[in-house]
Structure formats: structure tokens, C-alpha cells
Design a protein around this ligand. Structure first.
Ligand SMILES: Nc1ncnc2c1ncn2[C@@H]1O[C@H](COP(=O)(O)OP(=O)(O)OP(=O)(O)O)[C@@H](O)[C@H]1O
Ligand SMILES: [Mg+2]
Length: 436
């Protein structure tokens, strides 16, 4: 959804953000805390726990993007909106169109599609000279067959929805036999928030190495890299993100190479005013390959990590960028922060949870999404994660060690689902491993 805000003084302004998810909530809170009025464009009326008191909202059918642009633009004009922004992956293209229509600071709408669609992204990044994994779009069985037999793809390879996010439907396969079910799973993965139908799947050469992301903010075409983040994922066929740590200090030549690729990627997908989150793999030789770029702030509480580790209020900065004001992007702290996500080892009924970290000194944030009795899933997408906690401190190693120790303590027990039509007896629960 989109959220607008109006400044309390002088003249009205607005911003657009998505209301679902912690990043949207943080953005709306940041706007309200600065005395702005927040308006929301949302698929459904604000739920039980609105992130901030809304000055107004407009209900939008995001599956019809053309109409959505018209409706949001009309609403924005009616209410004197001065800024429009989103932290929602699925709404970045729409937001760039709305900003362009209203003459507000935003991204280039001609390229915004390339930050949403992995086939278009591969095309524009390759044209711009960014090092990316060889990528083929497969709309039907014929193209899938050709892609899987293309020696430039090879095995292992990654199969994923062209317009997906949150790792949903992303599967790394090691041979042809695994590829067909993976392609079917990627085809049936649906966008979680809006989107206009399925855009096909992509088959991509596997980029081996260590995964990082680069968090950047661009204002009037000038980019500031806020941090490089190390990313942990599950290691099986499905790569669910299990943690982020920042800032990472890379050898200076490697860092320069990463920043060079990322800056080119940012320009290529038309990011001119707003955040970007670029995911890269660095191989043993220090070469950087861009896996994907998103024209939004990194999800997974990266905004909180930036705040605690570096003292950068990225939500306030994004509001300023959207309002066309100078954004404060210089670090005011030199700490470290990590977020760890907790996953279930299998699908079943959550029977007990214990020894969870508590919010307190060095643990500024704990969020638990699942409750005892819930059906939980072995993680195949980021949305399957059960909860998370953030650890901060001045020393990177100590922060990691503390997070590891807190993670090891957590006890997650998952029992089987009652058989359909059966007596509903839970078998002895099994202690889960946690993401670390
Ligand atoms: N070509 C590749 N080579 C190696 N690993 C890959 C490749 N493509 C995807 N992966 C792995 O799968 C993960 C998810 O893929 P990708 O980022 O493309 O999907 P996504 O749905 O956009 O994810 P998210 O929105 O969570 O970033 C990556 O972080 C990486 O671990
Ligand atoms: Mg990704």
C-alpha cells in the first residue's frame, strides 16, 4: 500500500509507503513522529493495528496497475500530497509512475520495471555491463527446455519466478530431474501483494561465493552506500534468509569493485530518488556478481540494523528524499548489528516455544510471528520464518557471538499435524534447530 503524509507546518506534503510489514510501519511512524499527516493507499482498509494514525486512505486494486496509478494520483492531488514512497517490493514500479505523474521526487518510470522483473533486470544490467549470472526467461515448456539445455546455464542453477520476492518459489537445482518440479513450484508461487498476473520464470546460472547486500540511498541521481550487509541463508534447494549483519568491512579493492557494480546497477534500473538493496555474491577471487537489485530499502529489519549500528535514521532519510529535502545519510555511530531469523525444521503444529531472547540492553528488537498451536512450515520462503531478534554492540565478533548464543538457547518444538479425520493426537514433539 502507499502512505502519504502532510507536514504540520507551512504547506502540505505527502509520502507513499506500504502498510504491510515492519518497514512500512516504521516509515509511517517516522512520518507521524515528525508531525506529518500519513495517508495510505492500501488493498484493504487499515487492519487492527495501524502503524500510525492515518489522515486518510484510499483502497486500491493493485492487480490493475493502470487504474491504480490513476486512482492514487487523483487521491494525491485531492489531498495535496507532497511525497509518495514505498518500502514494498511489489509497489516500486507503481510508485515511480505515481511520482512521475505528480512531478514528485521518485525513480525513472521507464526503467522501474527492470527493478521488479528479473528477466528485464538481467537484460538492462547486462547491457549496462554489470556482471550478473547468465539468465534466461522461460514463459512456457519450450523455453524452459531450451534454458535447461543451454550450456551457459548449466547445473546447479537457480529457478525462480521472474517477478517474485521474499525467496518464494526460488529453488536451486542440481540436475534436470529436479528442474521440472522446481519450475512448477516457481510457476505456482504467487506474489504476496498485488501484481498483475504471472510474469514467467527465470533460469539462472548459479553464482558461487559469499552473499552480501549493499544498502544505498540515491538522491537526485547521487548515490550514498550506507553499508554492506552479510547475508545468511538456508543451504538447501530453497534459500531462505536467516540473518543479516552489518556493516561488513571488505578488503578495499573488493569493496571498490562491489560499489562500482552496484552503482552501475542502480543507474541501470532507474533509481534516482530512493533506497536500493542490491544482492551480490563475491567469489573466492573477489569478483562481484549482482544477483538482483530492488528499488527499495532492504527488508528483514535492515533499517533497524542501520539505525543501531550506524545511527542512520533511514526512514527519516527516505522521507526527506521523497520530499526533495537534503537527507542525513552520514553515520553517527560505529557499532555493529545483526538480525537472526528463527525457522521451523518441518511443517507441523507449533507445540512449544521457550528461552526466547528478551528485549533489553544489546537486544533492541524481538519479534515473534508464530504462536503455540499455529501451523508452521519448514522454511521455503521468508514468510515461513517464525520470528527474529536483533543484537547490537560495538564489537562485530561479540555481537555475532552473543547472537549465536541467544539463538542456540531457543527451543522450538513442532508436533505433527493431526491426521485428517483422525483422533487429532499429537505425537511427541521434536526440538527444532534455529536459524543462525
Ligand atoms: N543465480 C544464483 N546463484 C546463486 N544463488 C542464487 C541465485 N539466485 C538466487 N540465489 C539464492 O536464492 C536467494 C533468493 O533469490 P532471489 O534473491 O533472486 O529471490 P527473491 O525472491 O528476490 O528474494 P528476496 O526478495 O528475499 O531477496 C538468494 O539470496 C540466493 O541465496
Ligand atoms: Mg533476493
Amino acid at each position: 500500500m502507499a502512505t502519504w503524509r502532510t507536514t504540520s507546518r507551512d504547506r502540505p506534503h505527502r509520502t507513499a509507503a506500504d502498510a504491510a510489514g515492519p518497514e512500512s510501519a516504521a516509515l509511517a511512524r517516522a512520518a507521524a513522529a515528525r508531525g506529518h499527516q500519513v495517508h495510505a493507499a492500501t488493498a484493504e482498509a487499515a487492519g487492527r493495528e495501524p502503524a500510525a494514525k492515518l489522515a486518510g486512505q484510499v483502497i486500491i486494486d493493485f492487480t490493475r496497475p493502470d487504474r491504480a496509478v490513476e486512482q492514487i494520483t487523483a487521491y494525491a492531488r485531492r489531498h495535496g500530497v507532497g511525497a509518495v514512497l514505498t518500502v514494498n517490493e511489489y509497489l516500486t514500479e507503481l510508485t515511480s509512475l505515481v511520482c512521475a505523474e505528480l512531478g514528485l521526487p521518485g525513480n525513472d518510470p521507464h526503467f522501474a520495471h527492470a527493478a521488479r522483473n528479473k528477466a528485464a533486470m538481467a537484460r538492462v544490467l547486462a547491457e549496462a555491463g554489470v556482471r550478473i549470472p547468465y539468465t534466461r526467461l522461460a514463459r512456457g515448456d519450450g523455453e524452459l527446455h531450451d534454458a535447461l539445455h543451454d550450456r551457459q546455464v548449466g547445473f546447479p542453477c537457480a529457478i525462480k519466478p521472474a517477478a517474485g520476492a521474499g525467496s518464494a518459489g526460488v529453488i536451486v537445482v542440481t540436475d534436470l530431474d529436479e528442474a521440472t518440479p522446481a519450475a512448477n513450484a516457481a510457476r505456482s508461487a504467487h506474489p504476496t501483494d498485488g501484481g498483475a498476473g504471472h510474469a514467467g520464470i527465470v533460469v539462472q546460472a548459479y553464482a558461487a561465493g559469499t552473499e552480501y547486500s549493499v544498502e544505498s540511498v540515491t538522491q537526485d541521481g547521487a548515490t550514498t552506500h550506507l553499508a554492506i550487509t552479510r547475508k545468511a541463508t538456508t543451504s538447501g534447494p530453497c534459500r531462505v534468509e536467516t540473518g543479516h549483519s552489518l556493516p561488513v568491512c571488505l578488503p578495499s579493492a573488493t569493496e571498490a569493485a562491489v560499489h562500482r557494480e552496484v552503482r552501475t546497477a542502480i543507474r541501470a534500473v532507474g533509481v534516482r530518488n530512493g533506497a536500493s538493496h542490491t544482492e551480490v555474491v563475491i567469489d573466492l577471487a573477489g569478483r562481484c556478481t549482482v544477483i538482483e537489485i530492488a528499488a527499495r530499502l532492504g527488508a528483514g529489519h535492515i533499517g533497524i540494523l542501520l539505525q543501531h549500528a550506524l545511527g542512520i535514521d533511514v526512514f527519516a532519510a527516505l522521507l526527506d528524499v521523497a520530499l526533495g529535502r537534503p537527507a542525513a545519510l552520514t553515520p553517527t555511530a560505529r557499532g555493529h548489528a545483526t538480525v537472526r531469523f528463527i525457522t521451523s525444521p518441518r511443517t507441523g503444529r507449533l507445540t512449544s516455544l521457550s528461552r526466547l531472547p528478551e528485549q533489553g540492553p544489546g537486544v533492541p528488537f524481538v519479534r515473534w510471528r508464530a504462536a503455540v498451536g499455529d501451523l508452521v512450515h519448514a522454511a521455503t520462503a521468508n514468510t515461513d520464518r517464525l520470528g527474529c531478534f536483533v543484537v547490537t554492540g560495538s564489537d562485530a565478533d561479540e555481537v555475532e557471538e552473543r547472537a549465536d548464543a541467544l539463538g542456540r538457547q531457543i527451543q522450538v518444538q513442532v508436533g505433527p499435524l493431526p491426521a485428517v479425520g483422525g483422533p487429532g493426537q499429537a505425537k511427541p514433539a521434536r526440538t527444532a534447530a534455529i536459524a543462525g
